[in-house]
Design a protein around this ligand. Structure first.
Ligand SMILES: Nc1ncnc2c1ncn2[C@@H]1O[C@H](COP(=O)(O)OP(=O)(O)OP(=O)(O)O)[C@@H](O)[C@H]1O
Length: 636
């Protein structure tokens, strides 16, 4: 355990000299700073309390909880205090930046498997710790995986993000989300039955995909569409056709193909899935309309692109997701069937079999991604102690890749090159940088602008404009989007971390008409009892959707065959495999069978009711006969 915080960090703004901004969230900015009395560099997260609709005490409590956290993989606050309208949270400065930054500037297509495994392993340790202490992180994402100057990986933003979440019931209104809900678990979006630590596991999975692909699933889409797709589709996952570079673990194979899952569990899983979709707390048509409006109104996606997306990517994503339904259901099933303790135990147990897949000295893999800055060296870091003196050992595949990079000239002027050359390459091929290539001083930071450095600015602009719906939306971006979507700030009805739920241009949702399939599909905010008639409309709707998607897929496949150069885009969209079509149709068949089964059940119930009615009539007759007999006897 670290005991950095045993140093007394002053709780007064004048004791800190603020330097450049190193990060920006919805309601907070993060700045590098010097703690003057201790002569130590720190990071200070400055939260604008006016933008946070929680009460101050609640925030204080959360920050206090944060300072009680003591785990090498969880970033712990040194101290916190208020300054005017702001809350200052003083934290250790993580010189390596976030996994998101490293990825954006050096590995835009995602990290190597070894690096991903290493990062995730450290994050899992943090989550096991938090969950076993009854905490939910609620904001697991690459942007919150921070790396210090020694290569230690820490999960950041615990407590700080939590305090931005509130717990009130979702307003029954047409909601507008500002921010990106890419990492948000469906149950958190639904706000129906609450959520637990499993929400973190969802975000963890999304983060894994983010690290693998360079962006979170659906990150190109506007928030409302992400919301819709997350709720509508089965959980995203790796596509082993597209992601051939990743090894296929036995565990993943098991989950993907549901091998050995007993029939009863499979049924339970199916029911879970259907229960999930029939319990939506969203009006599907509203969401679609809003997503469509956002796509065109915010100028993020030109209409052509929107068409492309809706005609290609969506369709393929859908098919891709259909293929993954089995695996996701088995995951859902197993997680829902076990207690939190059991799940945590499972994670711990997984360490054994998984351990062999990781680097024997995991941080070595990370150390290849950035330099160690001597002045940032933390002698107390257990990870540093374990790894600092170790020689890098890489699997042959990675070595050859490094060899390629080694061939590249290390030129400080070439930013892209300088950020993509790992430390050990610098050591081998050229003079080692005294500070990390990924340290803010040397990496092209989106937040740091050096005057006269037009190349940086250009790259910054490029990256800033790319994927303007992915990753942490900058506050300015969100403010602009918000300005378009929300006529006034008063309309905000809820704020959940990065997400704002507003009631702008909203008329209270009137109870859906009985004929509205969409409304029936979306469900009502109160929990419904699961009965046959209630299930039929959503299932029918799902069938319809499946048919439409299949049609789209067939069209697209024909199109792909004709059009050259389209293939990469298609495969990028995550599908193109005819087996997915089979999956979709087998899913359709399964659902049809289920509908038939339900219809039969309903018929049987109707017959039963009829029998009972007849019996009832007979009993009434008997009672009448008895009563008249009794009357007659009495009269005599
Ligand atoms: N202690 C730290 N040391 C170094 N950089 C940090 C530190 N804390 C945060 N950052 C940087 O600041 C960025 C933004 O952090 P912040 O927590 O404000 O935003 P976010 O998590 O992306 O958004 P939000 O809090 O709104 O969900 C991080 O991604 C990281 O790059």
């Amino acid at each position: 355990m670290e005991h950095e915080s045993e140093k007394r960090f002053p709780a007064c703004p004048k004791d800190y000299e603020l330097y450049e901004e190193i990060g920006e969230g919805v309601s907070a900015t993060v700045r590098r700073a010097l703690c003057i009395p201790l002569n130590e560099i720190v990071a200070i997260k400055i939260l604008d309390l006016e933008k946070c609709n929680n009460d101050l005490d609640g925030i204080r409590r959360e920050v206090q909880t944060m300072s009680l956290i003591d785990h090498p993989n969880v970033l712990r606050a040194h101290c916190s205090f208020t300054s005017g309208h702001d809350l200052w949270v003083v934290m250790p400065y993580m010189a390596g930046g976030s996994a998101l930054h490293i990825m954006k500037f050096a590995y835009p297509e995602g990290f190597e498997e070894l690096v991903i495994a290493t990062l995730l392993r450290e994050v899992l340790k943090a989550l096991v710790y938090l969950h076993s202490h009854g905490h939910i992180h609620r904001d697991v994402k690459a942007g919150n995986i921070l790396i210090d100057g020694n290569g230690a990986v820490k999960l950041a933003d615990f407590g700080v993000s939590a305090c931005m979440f509130d717990t009130g019931d979702r307003q029954r209104s047409r909601n507008t989300f500002v921010g990106t809900p890419c990492w948000m678990a469906p149950e958190v979006m639904q706000q129906l039955h609450g959520y637990d630590f499993k929400a973190d596991i969802w975000s963890f999975g999304i983060t894994a995909l983010e690290l693998a692909h360079g962006h979170a699933p659906f990150s190109k889409y506007p928030p409302m569409k992400v919301l819709l797709m997350t709720l509508q589709n089965a959980p995203p996952g790796l596509d082993y056709e597209r992601d051939k570079r990743f090894s296929k673990s036995k565990e993943a194979d098991f989950l993907l193909h549901n091998k050995g899952l007993p029939g009863e569990k499979e049924q339970l899983s199916q029911r879970e899935y259907i229960r999930g979709i029939s319990g939506w707390n969203f009006n599907l048509e509203d969401l679609k309309a809003q997503a469509a409006r956002l796509e065109t109104s915010d100028g993020a996606l030109p209409s052509e692109e929107v068409d492309n997306i809706s005609n290609t990517k969506d369709a393929f994503d859908e098919a891709d997701i259909q293929q993954q339904i089995r695996s996701s259901e088995s995951v859902n099933n197993s997680s829902s069937a076990t207690s939190p303790e059991v799940d945590i135990q499972d994670i711990q147990e997984l360490e054994g079999p998984f351990a062999s897949a990781f680097a024997s000295r995991p941080l070595e893999a990370l150390k290849s991604c950035f330099d160690v800055c001597d002045d940032e060296t933390d002698a107390n870091s257990p990870i540093l102690k374990a790894h600092l003196n170790s020689e890098s050992r890489f699997p042959s595949e990675q070595s050859s890749q490094l060899g390629d990079l080694r061939a590249a000239k290390c030129n400080g002027d070439n930013l892209e090159r300088s950020v993509s050359v790992p430390t050990n390459i610098s050591v081998l091929g050229c003079q080692k940088f005294s500070s990390g290539s990924l340290l803010p001083e040397h990496v092209l930071s989106p937040y740091r602008r050096t005057s006269g450095d037009t190349e940086r600015d250009e790259l910054h602009r490029k990256h800033h404009n790319e994927r303007n719906h992915s990753g942490p939306l900058s506050f300015r971006q969100m403010r602009d989007a918000q300005a378009q979507q929300e006529p006034s700030e008063e309309k905000v009805v809820q704020r959940r971390g990065r997400f704002k739920v507003t009631s702008s241009d909203v008329t209270p949702k009137v109870a859906s008409t009985a004929n509205s399939k969409a409304d029936q599909f979306s469900g009502t905010p109160t929990r419904r009892t699961l009965n046959g008639p209630a299930l039929l409309p959503p299932l029918q709707f799902l069938l319809q959707q499946n048919a439409m998607q299949r049609e789209q897929l067939l069209k697209l496949m024909a199109c792909v065959e004709q059009t050259s150069g389209f293939h990469s885009e298609v495969s990028d969209a995550g599908t193109s495999d005819s087996s997915q079509l089979c999956q979709a149709s087998s899913r359709e068949k399964e659902l049809q069978a289920y509908v038939a089964h339900l219809e039969q059940g309903i018929m049987e119930l109707a017959q039963e009711v009829q029998k009972l009615k007849t019996k009832n009539t007979q009993l009434e007759r008997q009672i009448n006969a008895l009563t008249s007999k009794e009357d007659r006897v009495r009269r005599r």
